[in-house]
Design a protein around this ligand. Sequence first.
Ligand code: SF4
Length: 67
Amino acid sequence: MPQMRIVLDEDRCVSSGQCVMTAEDYFDQREDDGVAVVLREEVDNSAVDRIRRATDLCPGQALRLAN
Ligand code: SF4
């Protein structure tokens, strides 16, 4: 399986924090405005389901998985 990577559209992020709660090893939030930060762009195969859940939960539709 090709390695998936996380793509974040900062302009769509509404700083809700679901991504951090779902995968704090992949996401953080900026101190000042809460916009998401991707800590690790490349997703381990074992974490793909978890990251997909984070993208599904994102209320701003700011996250997606890409090859
Ligand atoms: S779940 Fe989506 S909207 Fe919420 S902080 Fe993460 S990227 Fe931003």
